[in-house]
Design a protein. Structure first.
Length: 314
């Protein structure tokens, strides 16, 4: 058995214009693999082809050419599709149903089990996604964030081997995002392989084991996040403290700052050794004059956001 749960090779798709006798290529040969048990990030700018790729994998859009294998077999086989859960970017529900009724409906479609087993699974999932207290609420009364939780609930009723999430953090507040990250990690630890397409790169960086970056219908780069430093180099991070809310002059502008009980902290990121040496020298001179205090100076892999911007700007 292959180590890859999902393999996509040479995937192409064109869409015909509604007003002209021509077609426009959306996917121009997509290639990527997802290993069993990993959390995989699928990244790209708006219009790059991420959602079209997902819908093609699921059979919601027919591909032109290419191969999609799930556990080494064509994904078109119904038995394979039953092992996949899907949260679309814009989930839709029947507004007149309650949360509990909605999830019971999806569970009856996905699970070939008794009514008592389905009810037990529904209670379990409502607890997991934080909707237990809203079980009797009508869907129409839910906020965007709560509907997103319901969308996640329906995606995991069948305990999928592969969970596909298209913009799963949409509409969530910071607390909701943190709770979703915890849920994804728990599902992954329980054996689910997770495919995440998201524009919130900080969440992708904290969750994913590997990513593919899509641009103009092709995968530009695929890599393990553990190899960021090896593949894209490191950056030096300098953190200093001042008493006054005035940024000290060390050659470049601070990327972030915040007020603390002891003053104000400023963080600088250097992407090349020469710039880092100059900045550190200026900071040491200011520290000698008691104008600032150096709190930290260390190297770390470049952020996923920086790598994404570098790859997609081509």
């Amino acid at each position: 058995m292959s180590d890859f749960l999902l393999q996509v090779t040479g995937l192409k798709k064109s869409l015909r214009s509604s007003w002209a006798f021509s077609s426009r290529p959306i996917l121009k040969g997509i290639d990527f693999n997802i290993s069993r048990g990993e959390i995989f990030g699928f990244l790209g700018r708006n219009g790059a082809g991420k959602t079209t790729t997902i819908k093609t994998i699921l059979g919601l859009v027919l591909k032109d050419t290419g191969e999609i294998l799930f556990e080494g077999k064509p994904l078109e086989l119904p038995n394979n599709l039953s092992d996949i859960g899907y949260l679309p970017e814009l989930p839709y529900f029947y507004n007149h149903l309650t949360v509990e009724e909605t999830l019971s409906f999806f569970s009856s479609l996905a699970l070939n089990q008794s009514e008592s087993s389905i009810k037990s699974r529904v209670r379990e999932i409502l607890e997991l996604v934080g909707l237990k207290e809203r079980a009797k609420s009508k869907v129409i009364s839910l906020s965007k964030g709560l509907q997103q939780r319901l969308g996640l609930a329906q995606a995991i009723v069948n305990k999928p081997k592969l969970l596909i999430l298209d913009e799963p953090f949409s509409g969530l507040d910071p607390v909701g995002r943190a709770e979703f990250r915890e849920i994804f990690l728990n599902l992954n630890q329980q054996g689910s392989t997770i495919f995440i397409s998201s524009h919130i790169l900080s969440d992708v960086q904290s969750l994913c084991h590997s990513v593919s970056i899509l641009a103009a219908g092709v995968v530009k780069r695929s890599f393990s996040l553990a190899q960021r430093a090896e593949l894209f180099g490191e950056q030096m991070t300098l953190t200093i403290q001042t008493v006054q809310p005035l940024e000290p002059a060390i050659g470049i502008k601070a990327k972030s700052n915040r007020k603390t009980p002891d003053g104000f902290e400023w963080r600088y990121f250097f992407n090349n050794p020469e710039e880092a040496t100059t900045g550190l020298r200026e900071a040491l001179n200011l520290q000698d004059s008691k104008a600032i205090k150096i709190l930290n100076y260390q190297s770390e892999p470049r952020s996923l956001e920086e790598i994404f911007l570098e790859v997609t700007k081509e």
